[in-house]
Design a protein around this ligand. Structure first.
Ligand code: ZN
Length: 428
């Protein structure tokens, strides 16, 4: 644990740099880095990291053998060559401490109707100690925290006594392929910290996520004789209801899960996008629905997929038209496992000490019903994946915002964690 004198030095550095950190976060928020549009921000970050003296590796998903990896998720709408990842490395000669990956995603979900926002979604407006904007909370705040935690060490005249990889990735909101790509590129460490905005809690467990697209056909006729045709939108509605029933069943089973038993309906199903039809007075000839459903950490992705396909097929068999015109189910994004950070890891203990030192209270654990990138580290590469970060509100909603005072504290907690996990030396 950093002694009080070291913590005081780090606190002074975080405080002195916090205006710059806030400005940095505002710059991040001003980039509308929705899926497929992350490269300008990644290029900006690459320059920021180079200016700080990191060795910078900028590469795309096309530069790694993603397709061969069993845990890569399909990408159908985005060109992998345009999905840019950045890894900034600071190597420590003769390391004395433990190496660390700090990783944040810089992709954001679409802002939705702009008129629903009190402040424009990419303006990074600050009011009453909160910064507003798409991504201000999920998770550009965490990216600012990890960058400025390392800056605080440097400002205090210190360097980590182990190798550091500072990584900004894409695709967290759709596949996880950005995080996987850094591992396939060869980056490893003895722990990985992902400062998702958890409000100062450690993520004990996250659910997995599947994305799928249902497509149904119809028979287009004039609505005057609608009974002679078939309405694809109503057929899709029938399938959505069947998937809601399926979700109730898997949530019933989740009552036995050791981690999720106390959470009501932890597995969420969401029809998120619907398209279909061509004319208000014609029965629609087609409809497709993009859906998301959760799975428990112990469930195999393939089993969860098969259960979705069975539910859709059974609903189709019970429908006169769909029985002869079966719908298709295609997998076009997340095929993500859940993950449990088993209690008792040394990395978590070190983070808990840093948190307690800064916040004066024990670090609570949370169980989340969404996915994050820690699974790649913890499940497939044997690297403890810690998900812990600042406090905010409105992820994927309008008026998303992060609390700046908490961000400052979190930055210090991460700096204290780095100092303890990696050890420190005087800056060369
Ligand atoms: Zn996130």
């Amino acid at each position: 644990m950093p002694d009080q004198a070291l913590l005081d030095r780090l606190r002074a550095a975080v405080t002195a740099n916090f205006a710059a950190e806030t400005g940095f976060l505002a710059e991040l928020v001003r980039f509308p880095s929705t899926r497929g549009n992350e490269a300008p921000l990644q290029d900006w970050l690459a320059r920021q990291f180079a200016a700080r003296g990191y060795e910078v590796d900028r590469f795309s998903l096309a530069d790694v053998p993603l397709a061969q990896h069993p845990k890569a998720s399909p990408m159908v709408e985005v060109d992998p060559a345009r999905s840019v990842q950045v890894v900034a490395t600071r190597r420590c000669p003769n390391p004395a401490g433990r190496s660390l990956i700090l990783q944040g995603h810089i992709d954001v979900v679409p802002e939705g109707p702009a008129e629903m926002w009190t402040h424009p979604p990419y303006a990074a407006v600050i009011r009453d100690g909160w910064m507003y904007g798409r991504g201000a909370h999920d998770m550009k705040s965490g990216v600012a925290a990890m960058v400025y935690a390392l800056d605080a060490l440097a400002s205090a005249g210190l360097a980590p006594a182990a190798d550091i990889h500072l990584q900004t990735v894409t695709e967290e909101e759709s596949t996880g392929n950005g995080a996987l790509a850094t591992l396939l590129r060869g980056y490893r460490a003895e722990a990985a910290l992902i400062p998702e905005p958890t409000g100062g809690t450690i993520t004990r467990a996250h659910t997995g996520t599947l994305w799928f697209r249902i497509r149904v056909a119809g028979v287009p006729v004039h609505v005057a004789v609608a009974q002679t045709g078939s309405n694809a939108i109503l057929s899709a509605f029938h399938l959505i209801q069947a998937l809601q029933d399926h979700t109730r069943q898997i949530n019933e089973a989740a009552r036995q899960d050791p981690w999720y038993k106390d959470i009501d309906s932890p597995l969420k199903f969401n029809p998120g996008i619907i398209r279909g039809g061509d004319w208000a007075s014609s029965t629609p000839a087609w409809c497709e629905v993009d859906c998301r459903i959760g799975l428990l950490p112990g469930t195999e992705v393939a089993d969860a997929q098969a259960a979705v396909e069975r539910a859709v097929a059974a609903a189709a068999r019970g429908n006169a038209f769909l029985a002869n015109n079966p719908p298709s189910v295609t997998w076009h994004g997340f095929l993500a496992d859940g993950y449990v950070l088993e209690p008792g890891s040394e990395a978590e203990a070190v983070l808990a000490r840093a948190h307690a030192q800064v916040f004066g209270a024990a670090m609570p654990a949370r169980i989340t019903t969404a996915v994050n990138d820690t699974r790649f580290y913890g499940r497939y590469f044997g690297i403890p994946g810690l998900c812990y970060g600042p406090r905010g509100e409105g992820a994927h909603a309008f008026d998303e915002r992060t609390e700046l005072a908490h961000l400052q504290q979190t930055t210090l907690a991460i700096a204290a964690f780095i100092a303890d996990w990696c050890g420190v030396r005087p800056l060369a």
